[in-house]
Design a protein around this ligand. Structure first.
Ligand code: ADP
Ligand code: TPW
Ligand code: MG
Length: 568
């Protein structure tokens, strides 16, 4: 190092660090190992925040949600082959959710991989990654590191955001070049996510369609949350006066108690609306592809759709007014032309808000009980109150019943506070997501986890304790996947979807120095979670839920194929 200093040299290690830091990237989600062990150490030594995990899938989920929360690519750094593969699920998950993430993996040298000479952890990682992410690059020469990192950043955040793979062969890291020349080779990316305005004709077409609607409905998706133009979204929704619904991660863009929020009247508005405006939401399986009885098919609804990806239009239903552009530019332009905007007919808004009140009324009594064993609604009624008292707290949520019930019971009042399984419905996002939410925002994080969902990433409770993160994990422990009542018809083994009855998950958190509590009643649960938020200490609340309380696959059991062949 001394002579390098004296001859003023730099190397691949330092060029990668400098390129990331130059572009405002400071956090690295990582599992150490050959050939990136020293890269991780040097990143930390240079002041970057390197969070080391117990499995790359969790580091990847952390990087994915960091991208969603910050609009900068979340960085996951892994070893080659198995470590790279472990990170791929999260890279594909980020790409599916349109979140910017870069998976940087060490790899073997081309000359060895291409002749399959059998290296330590040998794999043609670039080829494997390409089909699963938005873009994939490999850097072979130190002087190309600036370009490689710049292109990875731009690919991750421009247009429809997504996951990018950046392949770093081991020898690249130790390549040396002149420090001055190295600095010159680095690129500070200018305007990485350029604004994208729809054509004026497209704006006018959409406005006239929306203005003519007798029963307009706005659907906000997580793309609208990601855009971070919250005031504009609110101003637009309020200017239209239209009822709106929010997809799960768009909850809180406008507060869930907003007078135009129609979440509790979702069935009515989807069936009856005559003009539906999608803002950063895809008409995919989560919206039944815009088809079927839920949409009052056959229907003659008009669709207006804002999306930055032109290929999204007509994906499921013909779009009458496509608006291809970024949400901020599009809504800003529309608002400028909406001065004397008519309010929607009172019979429409009246019908929607009456239905909403009826449904809220029906749900209310279920949420105020102190039953033992707990059911989902009794437990969630308390968490609803806690989140109302802590609007800055972040809710991480996964499971089946644990997910479906929490999504409709726990209201959000601020944007980007509900982080869940996303478009794929991935189990296991919990701990990685919680860790990145705490690291990126500093706010308290409460994870509402099914016991099966928790099991996918549960080892990271050690990571949470090691970094002393303000994370409270609430496990809805119904002793099983969906329910704890499955049986093996032969009587030999446990049922396929049951777990050890009332497993003591709280002991896991205590094992690493965190707080572990068992809650048997809603009162116990409320006290334990409020104490955790107050203390800011890593806490796991093992909430014992009645195994009879749930249903299989929550609300989407119908997606399972059914066997019509009678048993032999
Ligand atoms: N800044 C943006 N402007 C416009 N569209 C965006 C922006 N960011 C993401 N998107 C789009 O938002 C959509 C997000 O849809 P989706 O993930 O289906 O949301 P949800 O599941 O909440 O309905 C994607 O089609 C993506 O292309
Ligand atoms: C990577 C992956 N593997 C399996 C599955 C399939 C699944 C969907 S929901 C779920 C767990 C439901 O049980 P849990 O205890 O969490 O919740 P609850 O209903 O309250 O009992 C599984 C295994 C998915 N979606 N992703
Ligand atoms: Mg369960």
């Amino acid at each position: 190092p001394e002579e390098a200093e004296s001859q003023n040299l730099t190397d691949g290690f330092h060029l990668i660090i400098d390129a990331l830091k130059m572009n405002g990237i400071e956090n690295i989600y990582h599992v150490p190992g050959i050939p990136v062990t020293d890269l991780g150490r040097m990143m930390q030594a240079e002041g970057m925040r390197v969070i080391s995990f117990r499995h790359e899938s969790n580091a990847g989920n952390a990087a994915a949600i960091a991208g969603y929360l910050t609009r900068k690519p979340g960085i996951c750094l892994t070893v080659s082959a198995p470590g790279f593969l472990n990170g791929l699920v999260s890279l594909a998950h980020a790409t599916t959710n349109c979140w910017p993430m870069i998976l940087i993996s060490g790899s073997s040298e081309r000359e060895i991989v291409d002749l399959q000479k059998g290296d330590y952890e040998e794999m043609d990682q670039l080829a494997v990654a390409k089909p699963l992410c938005k873009a994939a690059y490999r850097i072979l020469h130190a002087e190309d590191i600036g370009v490689g990192v710049a292109r990875a950043i731009r690919a991750a955040v421009s247009g429809r955001p997504g996951g990018v793979y950046l392949d770093v062969p081991a020898s690249l890291l130790s390549q040396v070049m002149g420090a001055a020349e190295g600095l010159k080779s680095l690129i500070k990316v200018v305007d990485p996510a350029p604004a994208h305005f729809p054509a004026p004709a497209a704006i006018d077409r959409a406005l006239s369609l929306l203005k003519a609607a007798k029963k307009p409905l706005i659907i906000l998706g997580k793309g609208a949350s990601y855009a971070q133009c919250d005031d504009l979204v609110r101003a637009f929704v309020e200017k239209t006066g239209a009822p709106y619904i929010a997809m799960s991660m768009a909850k809180g863009l406008l507060p869930d108690d907003h007078e135009q929020y129609a979440g509790a009247a979702r069935s009515l508005v989807l069936k009856e609306a005559d003009c539906v405006m999608l803002i950063g939401a895809r008409l995919n399986w989560l919206l039944s592809h815009g088809k079927g009885k839920q949409w009052g098919e056959p229907h003659t609804k008009k669709f207006i759709h804002i999306d930055i990806d032109p290929k999204e239009m007509d994906s499921n239903q013909p779009i009458d007014a496509p608006l291809v552009g970024d949400i901020e530019s599009t809504l800003g332009t529309m608002l400028e032309k909406m001065d004397d905007w008519p309010v929607p007919p009172a019979e429409w808004t009246g019908a929607v808000y009456t239905k909403r009140a009826q449904n809220v009324e029906r749900m209310a009594p279920k949420l105020v009980n102190n039953n033992v064993p707990m059911d989902y609604h009794g437990a969630l009624g308390r968490l609803k109150r806690i989140f109302a008292d802590h609007p800055d707290a972040i809710l991480v949520n996964e499971g089946a019943n644990a997910l479906d019930f929490a999504r409709s019971v726990i209201d959000m009042s601020k944007p980007r506070k509900r982080l869940d399984v996303g478009t794929w419905g991935v189990m296991g996002i919990g701990m990685g997501t919680a860790i990145a939410a705490a690291v990126e925002t500093g706010h308290p994080v409460v994870c509402v986890e099914g016991d099966s969902a928790f099991g996918f990433s549960g080892m990271e409770v050690e990571t949470i304790c090691r970094y002393g993160l303000p994370v409270c994990v609430v496990i809805f422990n119904n002793s099983g996947i969906y329910r704890g009542t499955d049986t093996d018809p032969t009587g030999r083994d446990p049922g396929t979807t049951v777990f050890v009855k009332e497993a003591q998950y709280d002991m896991m958190m205590r094992a690493f120095g965190g707080e572990g509590v068992t809650a048997r009643s809603p009162d116990d649960l409320e006290r334990a979670v409020r104490d955790a938020i107050a203390s800011g200490k890593p806490t796991l609340v093992n909430a014992i839920i009645d195994p009879q309380a749930g249903t299989e696959s929550g609300r989407i059991g119908n997606l399972n194929p059914q066997s019509v062949v009678s048993k032999k």
